[in-house]
Design a protein around this ligand. Structure first.
Ligand SMILES: Nc1nc2c(ncn2[C@@H]2O[C@H](COP(=O)(O)OP(=O)(O)O)[C@@H](O)[C@H]2O)c(=O)[nH]1
Ligand SMILES: [Mg+2]
Length: 259
């Protein structure tokens, strides 16, 4: 009876809590299955997804969480933009194509770079070992070993969970249970440390904004300086031109026409 009342109180307490806003980053190499995963969670068919150009932003409600997921393009040339989203992320979902053994080293290097970034280190990370339905896909233990996952997460003090899954198995309520479990794990761990992560997110985003403003100002000053210098040289050339013209005319009038 006492237990039942305590459970009811806990449930009431949780029910009255305001929704928590959480931003997650979905990263991984191109073709790993990031967009298919987000689509499945969202309740849309994960089949026939087009390659992501730049990034896409998805908002969804997940229990007590209002989740925003940034699904970032994974091509080599676009990975440079990932860091622009690190400051506002509460946690990371790193999607791995378990069937692409040839690119596992590239995956490892990319993951290491993400986890070691000062704006990511210490945040919870969910690794989705995707495409388990494919023949020859690496199993969970192989992925942990080839990515040196334990070493990576220990070095960067990230809580980590790995889920072997398949993003194309189903969507909405039928989405692969491992994806659902992984997402719940990530959100629950963010919830446990919500205040601290929120503070960090606010501080980092303010710093990033200030840095962007500073860069913008410096760029504007540089452009202004170049403009002023161009004007200066233009005037100088103009002056020289008229000066030469004047002397040419002068010589012509006084020397040539004098004959
Ligand atoms: N067999 C299989 N194919 C998948 C899976 N997840 C994604 N794909 C396919 O892999 C390709 C790339 O998926 P996409 O979500 O665009 O990858 P992204 O570049 O990481 O966003 C698409 O053709 C998907 O249909 C999976 O779990 N199993
Ligand atoms: Mg994509």
């Amino acid at each position: 009876m006492f237990n039942l009342m305590a459970n009811c109180c806990n449930w009431l307490k949780r029910w009255r809590e305001p929704a928590r806003k959480v931003t997650l980053l979905m990263v991984g190499l191109d073709n790993a299955g990031k967009t298919a995963t987000v689509r499945g969670i969202q309740g849309e068919s994960p089949l026939d997804v087009a390659p992501t150009v730049g990034f896409s932003k998805v908002d969804l409600k997940q229990g007590k969480f209002e989740v925003t997921i940034f699904d970032l393009g994974g091509g080599k040339r676009i990975r440079g933009i990932w860091k622009n989203y690190y400051s506002e992320s509460y946690g990371v979902v790193f999607v791995v194509d378990s069937s692409d053994v040839q690119r596992i080293q590239e995956t490892r290097d990319t993951m290491a770079e993400v986890l070691r970034h000062p704006r990511i280190a210490g945040k919870p990370v969910l690794v989705l070992a995707n495409k388990q339905d494919q023949d020859g896909a690496l199993a969970e233990a192989d992925i942990i070993e080839t990515l040196s996952l334990e070493k990576l997460v220990n070095e960067n003090k990230c809580l980590c969970q790995i889920e072997p899954c398949s993003a194309v198995l189903g969507y909405g309520k039928k989405v692969d249970k491992s994806i659902r479990n992984g997402l719940n794990w990530l959100l629950n761990n963010i919830a446990k440390d919500y205040e601290a992560i929120s503070e960090r997110v606010q501080r980092d985003t303010a710093e990033q904004k200030a840095q962007e403003e500073k860069d913008k100002k410096e760029r504007a000053e540089r452009v202004q300086r170049i403009r002023e210098e161009s004007w200066f040289y233009f005037h100088l050339c103009l002056k020289r031109f008229f000066f030469s013209l004047f002397f040419s005319l002068f010589f012509y009038v006084f020397l040539v026409t004098d004959k």
